[in-house]
Design a protein around this ligand. Structure first.
Ligand code: NCD
Length: 303
């Protein structure tokens, strides 16, 4: 495997092998060991055309902990602003002998297009509404770390499914690992053709979270909306926000997940956010371990 562009098409064996390697790195990180030389002499370039805090910083930290050199291209100050095309930018980075390029873009298919024309390994850091494979992998890692297994678990993904590449990648990944997935959100924020994805479309919050071990909530992706899809945010949070009362119908061992960034009090209530059942910060640490595993395995030709 040269690139990681999406979850769809990955086998459960490939996914499990990444999660196993991530478990090794997670234990090392927990023990305070952040120094490895697996990527010594390699160059990792991050090219983010969309805003990011955790994904970009996570890739950069993961690459550095593995001993790589890292160059972050800030698109706002790059030649993209002078009219350079995406492919020309990719070829330029390839000519610099980049070993791995991590790209995020608002258009679906960007990472695929780039992967087709460069020698470097390409990792999709999120492309439009399409896919965010490393987020789904880190979510699966977090779930497996808590329960020890995935097969037979029940999950609900709640909120703005339509604009969420996180939801799409998670639906495919969870199903591949044997997790049953419910989805629920405002009708205007459900994508057309959702019935064709491997998930159960629910018609109430109660139905969606019933007996779930995992409740994943999503940010309202206002920057990806054309407008007019939602009433006031207060109304949204009353009907679709996750709070203690909503979770009463979930399994006793429920974990609440959020990919971040969180709009506090909108999709997630304060009585859940800063408590033990909310895994959002542990997801960030998982992300580091998963990206270390992925960089290690891709660059080492092990995938
Ligand atoms: C997500 C994204 O960019 O798709 N963020 C992330 O990578 N953790 C979700 C979001 O922006 O809401």
């Amino acid at each position: 495997m040269k690139d990681l562009l999406a979850i769809r098409g990955l086998t459960s064996e490939t996914i499990e092998s990444i999660l196993d390697r991530a478990a090794y790195y997670k234990t090392s990180l927990d023990n305070g060991n952040k120094c490895f030389d697996k990527l010594k002499g390699k160059l990792v370039i991050t090219l983010f055309y969309e805003n990011s805090t955790r994904t970009r910083a996570s890739f950069e930290s993961a690459a550095k902990y593995l001993g790589a050199e890292v160059v972050n291209i800030s698109v706002a100050s790059s030649s993209v602003q002078k009219g350079e095309t995406l492919i020309d930018t990719a070829l330029t980075l390839d000519a610099m002998k980049a070993d791995v390029i991590v790209v995020r873009h608002s258009l679906a298919g960007t990472a695929d297009a780039m992967a087709g024309c460069v020698k470097a390994h390409v990792i999709n850091g999120g492309d439009g509404l399409h896919a965010h494979p490393t987020q789904a992998l880190l979510d699966a890692f977090t779930i497996k770390e808590k329960f020890g297994y995935t097969k037979g678990l029940k999950a609900a993904i709640i909120g703005d499914i339509k604009h969420s590449r996180v939801a799409r990648s998670n639906i495919y990944l969870m199903r591949t690992l044997g997790i049953d997935v419910n989805v629920y959100g405002p009708a205007t924020l459900m994508p057309k053709g959702i019935e064709q994805l491997p998930c159960n479309v629910c018609s109430s919050m109660e139905e969606a979270v019933k007996d779930c071990n995992v409740v994943m909530t999503l940010r309202i992706q206002a920057e990806r909306m054309k407008g007019g899809l939602l009433p006031a945010l207060g109304e949204y949070s009353k009907a679709f926000g996750i709070n203690r009362a909503v979770l009463a119908g979930a399994a006793d061992d429920v974990m609440v997940m959020h990919p971040g960034p969180v709009n506090r009090g909108v999709e997630l209530a304060y009585d859940v956010l800063d408590t033990d059942i909310c895994y959002k910060d542990r997801q960030v640490t998982s992300g580091l371990a998963v990206r270390m595993a992925l960089l290690d395995m891709l660059a080492g030709g092990e995938l």
